[in-house]
Design a protein around this ligand. Structure first.
Ligand SMILES: Nc1ncnc2c1ncn2[C@@H]1O[C@H](COP(=O)(O)OP(=O)(O)OP(=O)(O)O)[C@@H](O)[C@H]1O
Ligand SMILES: [Mg+2]
Length: 507
């Protein structure tokens, strides 16, 4: 009979310890089980606090809150402290006759006739704490050896649980801290722009953040599409889950679908492990499909299906999986004209275009230039321990410049000033020549056109093409250096060289 009770006790303790990650509740339940199954009058779990090197009662059965508070031992102090130090179990047949027994909790009024069992909680070579139990033995109520054995098994369960719990806790704390940082980073005060055009964008973001709707971000390179996508995620209820970004221009065509939808093990030779796709990783979060205009036609059909049905299959699997993902897509292409040209499916375009948000280029919101400049000057001064500032003339030049690379180009330009500055005050003569030459006021683009948007777009593209050729020439066709000078990434430069069909051998 007693043996059965012991087995049940062990089974139930193992169950409660794996039921959840609540340290105190689980240990309390474990003590409760020992008390009822094995007739222990009192039971305590002491854990070592690594900072104070003291043993504190974390859970107990048969003790009041006050008594729990008093139960604090230093290593070596009393029986409990001694067990921790020696790492060996101890049995006191009669605590009334044992002077070392301190009874710090003062929970035992009459100590005579009570036996005390005390076992270290060990994991590998370190003692994490101690488990103790009071028992009154009589013929019919089991043997000391059996009790010690059961308690040792329970102690080893507790050790595993405490380690797992600590690991879980530290990861959870870390995750909380990181999430807090991200939420702050992508909070609206860190997104700069007070122009009417930009405020309109922020207002739309606030509105769509409260919904799960698909969002299409449109705008030239460097206008902040990715930043806005992240802000949207961290302002939404999905912020506690993942923001997953996929750059469709950076992926080789034949890998796009594997990346988006994942691969089942054995789907093709070499697919030895299951690979989770980005749709799956973004479950309950946000999936950012950057450069959506680069998605090959063949994959467009598959994406359309996911957007319509909210389910997909991994490559090599016939099992449909449903996902709850908010999709935010972005492109600097004119998708409507891509549709007209047959490069982009019209049905997909309409699926994505539920809420389009257009990010205005910097030259159309010049009043934001001084604010963004000030933000980045402060940021890079802090990064590089500098105290650089711009004089009025230099600032005026920044406002008049066309900024084809938009905010990214402005931020990179400021970073360069701050790093290269010989003096604290930057004047007109310190600015690179292109900044003072390519002035907005000197170009005809800002003059009223005949209202034809395509014409304006064409002009901007011509200008961009010219600037790219110039930067390539000035940098001996080293694309990394040219992209740096333009304030865009080498990948973006490569993409534009292709887009404008710039023949490097000819220029
Ligand atoms: N309103 C803003 N306030 C502060 N920083 C901004 C703002 N808009 C953009 N930036 C910064 O400018 C840089 C470029 O932004 P982002 O990468 O979001 O642009 P993008 O539109 O995705 O460009 P691309 O089309 O080239 O990928 C980033 O460093 C971003 O933090
Ligand atoms: Mg981007």
């Amino acid at each position: 009979m007693r043996k059965n009770q012991e087995l049940y006790a062990i089974l139930e303790v193992s169950r409660v310890l794996t039921a959840s990650f609540d340290l105190q509740d689980n240990l309390h339940d474990a003590m409760q089980i020992l008390a009822s199954r094995l007739e222990m009058q009192r039971g305590c779990v002491f854990l070592l606090d690594s900072a104070s090197r003291a043993l504190n009662i974390v859970a107990a059965h048969g003790l009041s809150r006050e008594e729990i508070k008093r139960g604090r031992y230093l290593s070596g102090e009393g029986i409990v402290g001694q067990v921790l130090e020696s790492r060996a179990p101890m049995f006191i047949p009669n605590i009334g006759a044992e002077p070392k027994f301190l009874n710090k909790t003062a929970s035992r009024l009459d100590k005579s006739g009570i036996s005390f069992l005390c076992i270290p909680i060990m994991l590998e070579d370190s003692a994490l704490g101690v488990i103790s139990a009071d028992r009154i033995y009589s013929e019919a109520h089991g043997s000391v050896d059996d009790d010690l054995r059961v308690l040792q098994i329970v102690a080893s369960f507790i050790a595993q649980f405490v380690k797992l719990y600590e690991h879980f806790k530290s990861k959870e704390d870390e995750l909380g801290r990181l999430r807090q940082q991200l939420t702050e980073r992508f909070s609206l005060p860190n997104i700069i722009g007070e122009s009417r055009e930009f405020q309109r964008v922020l207002k739309s973001i606030k509105k769509v953040a409260a919904t799960d709707t698909t969002v299409l971000l449109l705008g030239e390179s460097g206008t902040g599409k990715e930043l806005i996508a992240q802000t949207l995620h961290y302002q939404s209820a999905r912020a506690v889950n993942s923001f997953v970004a996929v750059n469709l221009a950076a992926l080789p065509e034949n890998l796009i679908e594997a990346e988006l939808f994942g691969v089942e093990r054995g789907a093709y030779t070499g697919a030895t492990a299951r690979r989770v796709g980005r749709f799956e990783s973004a479950h309950k979060g946000t999936l950012f499909l950057d450069e959506i205009g680069e998605l090959p036609l063949a994959s467009q059909v598959k994406l359309l299906r996911v957007l319509q049905e909210r389910s997909f299959e991994r490559i090599g699997s016939s099992r449909s999986q449903s996902v709850d993902v908010r999709v935010v897509a972005a492109t600097n292409r004119d998708l409507e004209s891509e549709v007209r040209r047959g490069n982009f499916r019209e049905d997909l375009y309409w699926r994505l275009n539920v809420v389009p948000i257009v990010l205005p280029p910097l030259r159309e919101r010049v009043e934001d230039i001084p604010l963004i400049a000030a933000h980045y000057i402060q940021k890079f001064n802090r990064t590089y321990s500098q105290s650089v500032r711009l004089d009025d003339e230099a600032l005026a030049a920044l406002v008049q410049y066309r900024w084809p690379g938009n905010v990214r180009e402005l931020a990179n330009t400021i970073e360069r000033f701050v790093i290269m500055a010989d003096r604290d005050v930057i004047g007109l003569s310190d600015l690179p020549p292109n900044l003072t030459q390519d002035r907005l006021v000197c170009t005809p683009v800002s003059e009223p056109s005949n209202g034809d948007v395509d014409n304006l777009g064409q002009e901007v593209q011509n200008l961009e093409k010219k600037r790219i050729i110039k930067a390539l020439q000035e940098n001996n066709f080293v694309q990394n250096r040219a992209s740096l000078a333009l304030g865009i990434t080498p990948r973006q430069l490569g993409y534009r060289i292709k887009k404008y069909q710039i023949d490097l051998r000819k220029i």
